[in-house]
Design a protein around this ligand. Sequence first.
Ligand code: SF4
Ligand code: SF4
Length: 379
Amino acid sequence: MSRPLDFNLLAQDIKLWGQALGFQQVGICNTDLTEEQPKLQAWLDRQYHGEMAWMARYGMLRARPHELHPGTLRVISVRMNYLPPAAAFAQTLKNPELGYISRYALGRDYHKVLRQRLKKLGEQIQAYCGELNFRPFVDSAPIMERPLAAKAGIGWTGKHSLIINREAGSWFFLGELLVDLPLPVDTPVEEGCGRCVACMTLCPTGAIVEPYVVDARRCISYLTIELEGVIPEELRPLMGNRIYGCDDCQMTCPWNRLSQLTNEADFYPRSYLYQPPLLELFSWNESTFLHNTEGSPIRRIGYFRWLRNISVALGNAPYQAEIVQSLEQHKGISPLLDEHIEWAIAQQISRRNNDCIEIQQPKQKRLIRSVEKGLPRDA
Ligand code: SF4
Ligand code: SF4
């Protein structure tokens, strides 16, 4: 007869195994997200999800992991640091001729890295228990990973809606392993934002409409990655040179002074994405784009959204005849792209004629000062 499992000991082992697999932290929670449901419903009712129709489609299922994977009793939540050394935030944002890519997307696609490790963790637990029903998730549509991470004690939800850890800041990926074991759960940590509102004040597009609530339709991450159609004209000048994602709310967060750098070589920047000149990126043809973004999260936005985003950034750059020429050469690929190219050319011409708004918004300057003061020394 096999002896009964000691779930307290097993939970300790799972944490050690997770750390050996490269996760900086492992926490455990139950599946009850009842408290999140009214907040999620209010967010959807206000249409803050924009064109992310899957959010509305999954509805409250996102707050019920046990329905998503029947039999689930616990969620094992993990975090993995991704901030590479020498992240060059300010240098890249300050130079409008360069393209800024969110720091999580400079290397290999994290979905693959985390999912493989979570699967290994599941297999290890299965081998120990003899039987286990498990399913890994990484940034997957149908699951509310941040509230689960908060419940599992990984950190608290910051006013920018991301998870912050007292010792590690917020530059980390999250992943979950759903299991059917009655493991002991961890305790959530105390909230640490206090009276700070830095992320809300410095968000370039005012997307954090109230503490803990992000209107995705204004968020640059949504505009450059999720949105398939036209970027609203009034938001384009505010995007600056951010061509894939945005890190401003994390850069400005005082807790990120304590952030830890990654030691995963997979997340180190590819040379051609690290401080890349916009004109160089714009000159890639589709096969170069596909080649250079193989195994990268950037690939999922596709070539046309890539060109669309760069067009907007070129529209925000100081006047250069070469920029106008390059924009002209890209006309005729698609009506959607043409619309952004026409806008960018008009911005360039207007700037040449000296009647355009200042490129670097005052908010942007304040952000850069705050970033220069606040980041860990090696970043
Ligand atoms: S990612 Fe950028 S645009 Fe989105 S909320 Fe944060 S600072 Fe604002
Ligand atoms: S910047 Fe301030 S308010 Fe925003 S998440 Fe960080 S601590 Fe919280």
